[in-house]
Design a protein around this ligand. Sequence first.
Ligand SMILES: Cc1ncc(COP(=O)(O)O)c(C=O)c1O
Length: 416
Amino acid sequence: MSKINLLIKKKYKYELLENGFSNKDISIGKKVLSSKRITMAQHTRNFENQFARKLNVKHALMVNSGSSANLLAVFAAGNPLKRNHLKKGDEVLVPVLCWSTSIWPLVQFGLKPIFVDIDIDTLNIDISQIEKKITKKTKAIMLINVLGISSDLFKIKKIAKKNKLILFEDNCESLGTKLKNKYLGSFGNYASFSFYYSHQITSGEGGMITCDNDKDYEILFSLRSHGWFGGTRFYSRKFKSYNKYAKKFPKLDPRYIFSNSGFNLRPTDIQAAIAHNQFLRLDKLKKMRNINRNLIINKIKKSKFWDNQFKFISPSKDFDPSWMGLPILINEKFKLKKNTFINYLDQTGIETRPIISGSFVNQPAVKLYKLNIKNEKFKVAQKVQDLGFLIGLHTSKISKKKLQLIHDAFYEIDKI
Ligand SMILES: Cc1ncc(COP(=O)(O)O)c(C=O)c1O
């Protein structure tokens, strides 16, 4: 197979990412900057409240990235203040088509990720494999909801309940998707979200973590910020523990009690104000991405050249998807031409990327940390790596010219 040889510096005609910011996003950000109150405060609090309300979850806590949200979730689930918390050496099931920082918080805590293959129709964890991988040591599942859709989370929730497993939902790629009218990111004990540039909404960098349990929220809250109930001026001091510690340690200034270990994963109020403004138009952005997706798929499938050269992921009617990019699998018969095809798209001005990072066990970091010592093979994820790629989905309507560009470039696959 030829090497992928991308012209990174070139200006693409159809980019993975468009400019995600409106003029209003930027002016709101500037206003916060001019106010000179930049650190986490009222804008963060307002955004968290609105986020929790829309997703119908009890608590939302903003952080500085999706990776930080995963880190916080894992360390909160393993915190000594949590009943039946995770312990070093516990096993956590993870789909092998995942992002790096879905896994590293597990390893950093001392947990053991156990990879599970995926389902080719959804690109998400293969539910039929989950129970086969559960052992006495399994204590959690770290799900990744891929690019705007998920597995059947109602079924997975039942499996988790039956086996007393903590459910993490890495929902960094699927903000706004509903499954049977319930938002993804409201199924797990903890769910994470990313507001990095290419995601459903963006503040450049940023993330959120949600949960329904009050005690979990208190732990997350203190871990986010130095192991402290600091910053409470913008949060009601209703935490039961806040008053409990204040009474128990009367010699300490109640504003400066450190009840836990901690990080500093706080966002700035600038990020919160921008992300909040984007969040207000999430439904519109979602609708536009859906329209563009249908236009691209129809242009390809209704072509006179259509002969199943490509496979698009088509979720069941139970989903109301909020896409992050358009994943595509080329027909198996073109497997050996894939890199030549990707290079061709690149040279034509169409930017692509792999689907997440491919099968994660192929990454050198997995070897470095000996996470797959038995050299287990994951056939379906490997297939997705060998046949899959992604193009962008933008939030303004795609032009006829760009549709034609994609159509013509895609059908070169028959000729190269
Ligand atoms: C599934 C998944 N999890 C976590 C992350 C990390 O998010 P961030 O870039 O905000 O740290 C990403 C980022 O793209 C992701 O796709």
